[in-house]
Write a protein that binds this ligand. Structure first.
Ligand code: ADP
Ligand code: MG
Length: 273
């Protein structure tokens, strides 16, 4: 099947810098929960900006459903109504006076009828559970609330692919759980979700597909397989995840059958007994 979004032979270097990515083939298939893992500086943000049109590949191409993206107005509009990026720091994304104004900016800019803009804003605010914050000035919100407002702005564009750059960074455990609930609801509604993180535990828990950025290139595969590969994780400068480590231990000591699923979170360990 043709991937929804695809970089083909893509390379990128910042001005005066060495190549951050070179000859990258990277595809996002519809329906995935795809995690992009790598240490700081490995190129996660650069890759996401290439996929969402914020950066243009210096070589190679970006394709949407097999068709090369043009970086003119028409091409970029087509890209932005398909792929939306939520940047890591909400303060780099939010700019309007109130939450509602911020969330409505994208749909309004598409020239949608007022009624549809209102409907999209309402449903994005509801999806992020911030309807009560609609008239609040964004600069008076907590960090977690600003993150939600930034995500709502992307969701209001009704993208088929939502890309989130380190969405759990800076959130407390409850904030992380709420974010995972939001992502689960978006996925149930048919949105493909891509997330960058260096939190391998989160990746194991959430993703079905993983892309690991290593100095030798990007390895892509089923998340449970790649994320339980100690050599791959070490080469990427990442730690082993808790769940595969504990699962291997439980199996080795006869606490868990060979085919039984292991605990994904510490809370599930107690439930095994
Ligand atoms: N705006 C920029 N100008 C110059 N170099 C940059 C810029 N943004 C990132 N880089 C460099 O590109 C590399 C990849 O960065 P980035 O994509 O931000 O990685 P990650 O998101 O995995 O931390 C790093 O070496 C970083 O220093
Ligand atoms: Mg980054």
């Amino acid at each position: 099947m043709t991937p929804l979004v695809e970089l083909v032979g893509a390379g990128y270097a910042y001005e005066d810098g060495p190549a951050v990515l070179s000859d990258v083939d990277f595809a996002i298939a519809e329906g995935r929960a795809l995690v992009l893992l790598g240490r700081n500086g490995s190129g996660k943000t650069t890759l996401m900006r290439l996929l969402s049109g914020g950066l243009r590949p210096a070589s190679g191409a970006l394709r949407l459903e097999g068709e090369e993206v043009g970086y003119d107005r028409r091409g970029l509009t087509r890209l932005r109504t398909t792929v939306q990026l939520v940047v890591q720091d909400p303060d780099d994304q939010l700019f309007a006076a109130s939450v509602e104004q911020d969330v409505s900016f994208g749909p309004m800019n598409l020239g949608l009828p007022e009624a549809e803009v209102r409907e999209r804003v309402d449903s994005a605010l509801a999806a992020l559970d911030i309807t009560a914050l609609r008239d609040r000035p964004t600069h008076l919100l907590s960090y977690g609330q600003r993150k939600r407002a930034a995500i709502a702005g992307a969701v209001a564009m009704a993208p088929r692919v939502l890309i989130l750059d380190e969405p759990t960074a800076g959130l407390d455990p409850d904030g992380q759980e709420r974010l995972l609930d939001v992502l689960a609801r978006l996925r149930a509604a048919g949105t493909t979700v891509v997330m960058a993180t260096h939190d391998v535990d989160l990746a194991v828990r959430w993703a079905d597909e993983a892309a690991v950025l290593t100095p030798c290139g990007i390895r892509v595969g089923a998340a449970p397989v790649l994320l339980s590969d100690p050599e791959l994780l070490a080469s990427a400068g990442l730690r082993m995840a808790w769940s595969p480590t504990v699962t291997a231990f439980l199996r080795a000591h006869g606490f868990l059958g060979a085919d039984a699923p292991g605990p994904r979170v510490p809370e599930a360990l107690g439930a095994l007994g």
